[in-house]
Design a protein around this ligand. Structure first.
Ligand code: SF4
Length: 58
C-alpha cells in the first residue's frame, strides 16, 4: 500500500476512506460515506480536521 499523505488530515486514518492514485501520480481521498450519506462530499477538501463521520481505522 502506498504511503498516505498527512495533508489529508483525518481521512488518512479513517476507515471510510478510499485512496485513489491517478495515472499522473496524484493521490485522491474518496469518502465512502458519501455513497450513503449526502452530508459527506465524495472528495472532501483537504485537510479534513473535523468530521462527524470519522472512525479511526483499526
Ligand atoms: S468519514 Fe470523514 S474522515 Fe472519514 S473519509 Fe469521510 S470525510 Fe474523511
Amino acid at each position: 500500500m502506498m504511503p498516505i499523505s498527512p495533508q489529508a488530515g483525518l481521512c488518512a486514518i479513517c476507515q471510510h476512506v478510499r485512496v485513489i492514485e491517478s495515472a499522473k501520480g496524484s493521490t485522491f481521498f474518496m469518502c465512502n460515506r458519501s455513497k450513503t450519506d449526502a452530508r459527506f462530499p465524495k472528495y472532501p477538501p483537504m485537510p479534513v480536521l473535523r468530521c462527524g463521520g470519522f472512525e479511526k481505522r483499526s
